[in-house]
Design a protein around this ligand. Sequence first.
Ligand SMILES: [Zn+2]
Length: 158
Amino acid sequence: MASEPRNMSALRYKPIKVKQLHLTQSELHSNPLITNNMELKKFNCCICGKEEDPNEWVKDCSEKLVKYQMCFTCNHWREQHELDHTTRGEHGWAVINGSHYTLYPHTNGIRGMYGRTYKIEFNDGAVVDCDNLWHQGDLNKAAKYWRELMPDNAVIRQ
Ligand SMILES: [Zn+2]
């Protein structure tokens, strides 16, 4: 795992409640990572320190990376954390051994995890059977910041 940057500017990051896809005009003009010609500069992620070139991504994505000064991976986890605490709701997501999952209702269409039924027991005692579970990734492979922000909240019962 990459070492954490010394000046842990991750503390500057405060999860927001409202999703905003594009930078506002004032954010565009005040952001030091954007030149006067509206070119995006390379930067180091404020969470893990990795160098990120926002120009490698499509506009919707690159603007978010610049807005939060995060690499692609850290921004992925930022979005997961925000969705967990806004639209997904209680028992709509789970972190199990560091793996992040979302729980969706049964559908006759494509189901996550090949449609296998999992019995998920949350830390609050709720037990949910889900045959449409989707995996967003392994927080154990992310910067320590995200693993600490998103501890396990459930286990799988067989
Ligand atoms: Zn990062």
